[in-house]
Design a protein around this ligand. Structure first.
Ligand SMILES: [Zn+2]
Length: 403
């Protein structure tokens, strides 16, 4: 059967977590098109175990003392004793950026500069956590406010063309820190977890460095935003080059003039999301939301942006995997819940429509709610979805074929 987005034709579930081989690996967002040519998906081996679960096994045998020594060596190489910033931590004040920046400053004695590409639409809790991160945690911060009109138009186009409401945020979040590091002459950037832990090819996990293909570009003519070529956006959609450069990565030449390193702190320190959460509560005044996130059962993961819940609804449409599948799989791997519990949670919450902020988001991007709903169907791959009595159903959930 024909599939969309280069998805594997046969749906296969991991026997340990609740992820399937339809989970996308990271793509470089500025090459992301509707077809997703060459896209990779979560590998599940012959024993029916996915790469993310295999990696969590490997993690149990990592010598964390040795990794800690490697971290100290890296920090000592970049440490500045004259008061200058010596590393950069991007984040919006969520539990992970709070944990990273705090531990680097207060345990390892670094001088981090924090950098923020703000969420598209801050939630009340996200904005509160952001302010507490800086005031309770005690950090300098550079926040970048992109042109609101361009942001809005690109977000709308990425919904219509890619069903990807989060693209402008991801682009900013990934590209801003390298540009600021480049301008300030800071040679060390930390991101938190390697995406590989959640399903990129497992070999990516054996190094701490982020590949520069994710944050530099060598030919703007090959770059896309909202699934449309940059040139076409300028010619047909009334954007200027200046509008678009904000969302594009650092140019290769600038990188080579002032090269820097991007490391995953999760490579050096044992990273458990629930513990990062407790750490942030204790040290930077972080607060979970008092209510459950729609589409899942959690209260503290990615709660900064009103668009986040809609983002996971779109992964449910495109890949058959909603937010509960992501949250529960991660919690199985950290031994917080069993697979049976996870299956029940996925059954109950995955794909729940996120109506809490929906109307506000549509109003913000000036998209009619019906137009959004009608646009969904072209992103439903026929091998995943079945229409019965006028309603769409996933053919396979938790490894059980339903239709
Ligand atoms: Zn798995």
């Amino acid at each position: 059967m024909k599939t969309l987005f280069n998805l594997p034709n046969e749906i296969n579930f991991c026997s340990r977590c609740v992820m399937s081989n339809q989970r996308p690996a990271s793509v470089s967002e500025f090459h992301h098109t509707f077809e997703r040519k060459g896209a990779k998906y979560l590998n599940i081996n012959k024993e029916n175990i996915c790469d993310a679960c295999m990696h969590s096994e490997i993690k149990k045998n990592i010598d964390w003392n040795k990794r800690n020594k490697e971290l100290v060596q890296l920090l000592d190489k970049h440490r500045k004793n004259n008061g200058d910033y010596d590393c950069l931590v991007p984040g919006s004040g969520g539990k992970d950026s709070a944990f990273q920046s705090h531990i680097l400053k207060y345990k390892y004695g670094m001088n981090p500069l924090t950098v923020t590409w703000p969420p598209i639409l801050y939630t009340e809790y996200g904005l509160r956590n952001f302010n507490h991160w800086l005031s309770d945690g005690g950090f300098d911060n550079i926040s970048f406010k992109p042109n609101g009109n361009v942001m809005k138009k690109l977000t709308k186009l990425s919904i219509l063309n890619l069903l990807h409401p989060f693209q402008t945020f991801i682009l900013g979040q990934k590209n801003l820190a390298p540009k600021i590091a480049n301008k300030f002459g800071i040679k060390l950037i930390f991101y938190g977890e390697n995406e590989a832990e959640y399903g990129n090819p497992i070999a990516d996990n054996n190094i701490s460095l982020r590949d520069k293909s994710y944050f530099t570009m060598n030919n703007i003519d090959n770059c896309y935003l909202s699934g449309i070529k940059v040139k076409q956006l300028i010619d047909e959609h009334d954007f200027s080059m200046n509008d678009l450069l904000t969302f594009l990565p650092l140019q290769n030449e600038s990188y080579f003039q002032f090269p820097f390193e991007i490391h995953y702190l999760g490579y050096y320190l044992k990273w458990i999301p629930q513990e990062a959460y407790y750490y942030a509560v204790e040290n930077t005044g972080f607060q979970a939301r008092p209510f459950r996130t729609q589409g899942s059962y959690s209260k503290y993961n990615s709660i900064d942006d009103k668009i986040d819940d809609l983002h996971y609804y779109t992964t449910f449409i495109k890949f058959g995997l909603g937010r509960a599948s992501y949250d529960a799989s991660q919690e199985i791997r950290n031994n917080h819940i069993t697979r049976e519990e996870a299956k029940a949670l996925v059954d109950k919450f995955d794909g729940e429509f996120p109506d809490r902020y929906f109307s506000e988001i549509m109003k913000y991007i000036e998209l009619n709610e019906d137009e959004f709903m009608n646009n969904l169907d072209k992103f439903r791959s026929p091998h995943l979805w079945n229409k019965k009595d006028g309603h769409w159903h996933l053919k396979t959930v938790n490894g059980i074929k339903r239709f």
